[in-house]
Design a protein around this ligand. Structure first.
Ligand code: FES
Ligand SMILES: [Fe+2]
Length: 419
């Protein structure tokens, strides 16, 4: 394997010499050491999106999530609360639940059958001495919070303290979309052959949206363009957008839906952004004609023509909430050059497939878009891995890429400087 000269520089040196306004140096995308640092400094210290509550409808339902060397199990307990624990047995440490999802009465380690309740308490451990105190050996808990039907967790001993304020501000935007009453219509895992940051960066701009013909039909490809930046060929689209936007704002106001954009991506540990925007054509959903894909609306609104609420959370998620469904994207780093993108479509719990919606119509636009994005990300990974790669400048429409990268560098700096 070729070793680039820059591979031998320390993370601290790479962080210190990052050039604002430019893409990152190659080691950030290709180095195994930087990948491990990303897990420790970013994923294990932030609040991350784990799942929709709809993935855990009943007590005992669980998912497991692997992040670097960590494995976390997220389970609904008998009181219907969502709990999270390290998936590590308190006996000799075996990984306990080995499937990605399932349902359990109790949580049983397959090695020597120590048995835990879904609240994490150790219920049973065979052949122990009389003085064995089970209460000392419950599963180690992981911080978990739910907001409007979304489950977030933090592996940090002391999670970022800004979560409460973040939750209080986004909850009024999300709550009207009724995620708590949703069911999973579809979930698709896609492994992109690229670093997780390339996946997130790619999502933060629509400079490349000409590569998404299906999405472009219903989605105004003007994301983060100011009026001055709109290319001449997109002028007519921009005018259509302005008209739809004025109409959408009037609808939001009449329905009492908050719609002011909040964009706090750089300074805070829990960097986030929310925005309501119209969609093109019928303006209802991500479908070829813009009409609702689900007849039974997810949200209790008198109109389906709400456009979408876009929500973005660093480091690992973005979401679109519409009148008829919601689509959630989470990003899980697998290796320096491999990233899991999980897409989950939520519809009303009573919506019936084949009657109220057709799965292909519901998922088609984003299935195609995700596959296109995976190609872009894999090409970016190949390019940044070349000895010829030098960081290049972001365009003004890529300001959120710059914000994300700056936030990331800030997170590494905080970790490297340490307490
Ligand atoms: S390691 Fe789990 S019961 Fe022994
Ligand atoms: Fe894209």
């Amino acid at each position: 394997m070729t070793v680039h000269a820059s591979d031998t520089t320390t993370p601290a040196a790479l962080v210190a010499r990052r050039t604002p306004g430019h893409s990152l140096e190659a080691p950030f995308y290709v180095s195994d050491a930087l990948f491990r640092l990303d897990v420790d400094a970013v994923f294990a210290r932030s609040w991350i999106f784990a799942a929709a509550e709809a993935e855990l409808p009943e007590p005992g339902d669980y998912i497991t999530l692997t992040l670097g060397a960590y494995s976390v199990l997220v389970v609904r307990d008998d009181d219907e609360e969502v709990r999270a624990f390290h998936n590590v047995c308190r006996h000799r440490g075996a990984r306990i639940l080995n499937d990605e999802r399932g349902s359990v009465g109790n949580i049983v380690c397959g090695y020597h059958h120590w048995t835990y309740g879904v609240d994490g308490t150790l219920l049973h451990a065979e052949s122990q001495p009389p003085d064995f105190d089970r209460s000392c050996f419950g599963l180690r808990s992981v911080h978990v919070r739910t907001v409007a039907g979304l489950v977030f967790l933090s592996l940090a001993a002391e999670p970022p303290a800004d979560f409460d304020e973040f939750a209080a501000r986004v909850e009024p935007y999300l709550a009207p979309h009724n995620l708590a009453r949703a069911k999973v219509a579809q979930q698709i895992d896609l492994v992109e052959h690229g670093n997780w940051k390339l996946t997130m960066e790619n999502n933060r701009e629509c400079y490349h949206c000409a590569g998404h013909p299906e999405l472009q039909r219903c989605y105004f490809p003007l994301y983060n363009f100011t009026e001055d930046e709109v290319p001449p060929g997109m002028r007519a689209t921009f005018e259509r957008f302005q008209k739809a936007d004025a109409e959408a704002r009037a609808t939001y106001e009449s329905l009492g839906l908050p719609y002011a954009t909040i964009e706090e991506l750089v300074e805070r540990p829990t960097g986030f952004r929310v925005q309501r925007e119209p969609l093109d054509l019928a303006g209802e959903s991500f479908t070829p004609d813009g009409k609702a894909a689900v007849r039974r609306l997810l949200a209790d609104f008198p109109t389906a023509r709400l456009g979408h609420l876009g929500f973005h959370l660093q480091p690992n998620a973005w979401f679109h909430f519409l009148a008829d469904h919601a689509v959630l994207f989470s990003v899980v780093p697998l290796a320096a050059d491999r990233t899991l993108v999980r897409t989950t479509w939520l519809v009303h719990a009573d919506a019936e497939e084949g009657i109220d919606y057709d799965l292909d119509s519901l998922t088609g636009v984003w299935v195609a878009t995700n596959e296109q994005d995976a190609v872009f990300v894999s090409r970016a990974q190949l390019g940044v891995g070349s000895p010829a790669y030098v960081p290049g400048p972001y365009s003004p429409t890529e300001s959120q890429v710059e914000d994300f990268v700056t936030w990331y560098i800030n997170r590494l700096t905080a970790h490297l400087e340490g307490p």
